[in-house]
Design a protein around this ligand. Structure first.
Ligand code: 5AD
Length: 395
């Protein structure tokens, strides 16, 4: 028989955990930061009541800055060739089972055309690091899209290149660049990537992208092999210092033909906690509820939104290649995440009390380069004579 005393004791210790965690949420909301130990504590919380409180606060903060809008981006996965060999990724160079494809310039422009007709005003060109798309070739594609759709934003998600190339694409009209840092712990980084890939190089690319004047997105997978609460705190500290405009996070999901085939997926609950913590740290950041989150749970994307996310990225790639951009197992590609199912997606978002917003949806965070400086930057550089904006080395 459990006596009343020990029962009461358990209840009160649980209440005290809830009280402490909720006060961490309050403080994070107020100050946008916590100590390392406090971040760890909040990420380790299991109490449903505290988690609900965390999610609610994140949602409220997002509503203050973005209202009830959830921004839509049309995703064009234009190549699944990749020169890299990341251990986690299904389109890594050594995966002979991946069915490779590349879209032509015409295909890509047609995707944008279809997307435009569906109402999209941001196009995200995402691909593996495929050297077939030279600086000039991709530059031409960007120029064409901007020529046809000048009011639309073009976002690149195309990996690590040199400063000159980043500047060139920016001058061609690319507005934003997504490059997840993957982890801010150097040892963890080396556990996810082969030696030829370098943590400092990636961090340097992020600095250069910002310096160029892009709205920049960083981010990481949740639950990637070797990730701990300590490495996660380093991610939060890196983001705090870097101040990205966008942060992409989603659960790691194993892909059957990679070295990480047998590893466990990241969890819904850790992803939700991190989305909320990130929202409280960066009230104005653009934070997608990702396809990976929608893959691990049928309501994953909705739950992401209810934890503070405010962007969705439906797929605009041609239907015949959609099943080939397989970064991980069971990636959803036939349902609500397709851009053509926009209405269905809008309804699902409406049911949450939100509305799918088709505007360009620029970041409300301050850019590191002021608008004035950006104009000077454009005026002072020509294609032959690249601008002299200083490279900053990381760290
Ligand atoms: N599971 C989840 N996300 C993945 N990515 C790559 N492989 C996987 C995987 N197995 C993510 C990486 C990359 C982004 C484009 O997709 O974080 O930066």
């Amino acid at each position: 028989m459990i006596n009343n005393n020990s029962h009461n004791c358990m209840a009160s210790s649980q209440e005290s955990i809830i009280r402490t965690t909720n006060s961490l949420t309050d403080r994070l909301r107020r100050n946008q930061t916590l100590t390392d130990a406090e971040f760890q504590q909040i990420l380790q919380t299991q109490e449903e009541e505290s988690l609900e409180y965390l999610y609610q606060n994140a949602r409220q903060v997002c509503d203050i800055h973005y209202g009830k809008n959830i921004y839509a981006r049309g995703l064009i996965e234009f190549t699944n060739y990749c020169r890299n060999n990341c251990y986690y990724c299904g389109i890594r160079r050594e995966n002979r089972k991946a069915e490779r494809y590349r879209l032509t310039e015409e295909d890509i422009i047609n995707c944008a055309k279809e997307g435009y007709a569906l109402g999209f005003r941001t196009f995200v060109l995402q691909g593996g690091e495929d050297i077939y798309y030279t600086k000039e070739k991709l530059g031409h594609i960007i120029t064409q899209i901007k020529k046809f759709y000048p009011e639309c934003a073009v976002t690149l998600s195309f990996g690590e290149w040199d400063y000159d190339t980043y500047q060139y694409w920016h001058r061609c009209g690319a507005d934003r660049y997504l490059l997840r840092h993957e982890t801010a712990d150097q040892i963890h980084y080396q556990g996810l990537h082969p030696h030829e890939m370098n943590y400092f190089h990636r961090m340097n690319c992020l600095e250069q992208l910002k310096e160029t004047g892009y709205q920049v997105g960083a981010g990481f997978m949740v639950g990637s092999p070797g990730q701990t609460v300590e490495t996660l705190v380093k991610d939060l500290r890196f983001l705090e210092k870097f101040q990205p405009h966008m942060i992409g996070i989603g659960p790691f999901i194993p892909q059957k033909d990679t070295p990480f085939a047998g590893k466990a997926s990241g969890t819904l609950s850790m992803t939700r906690k991190l989305l909320s913590v990130l929202r409280l740290m960066f009230p104005k950041v653009l934070l997608p509820s990702t396809t990976a989150l929608g893959t691990i749970h049928p309501q994953g994307r909705e739950m992401g939104i209810l934890s503070g996310a405010n962007v969705v990225m439906p797929n605009l790639s041609p239907v015949n290649v959609r099943g080939k951009y397989l970064l991980y197992n069971d990636k959803i590609h036939t349902g609500c995440e397709s851009a053509q199912a926009r209405q269905q997606l809008a309804e699902r978002i409406h049911l949450l009390g939100y509305k799918l917003c088709m505007d360009r949806g620029d970041s409300k965070m301050q850019t590191c380069i002021s608008e004035k400086k950006k104009e000077d930057f454009h005026e002072s550089c020509t294609e032959q004579q690249p601008c002299a904006a200083d490279r900053t080395q990381y760290p």
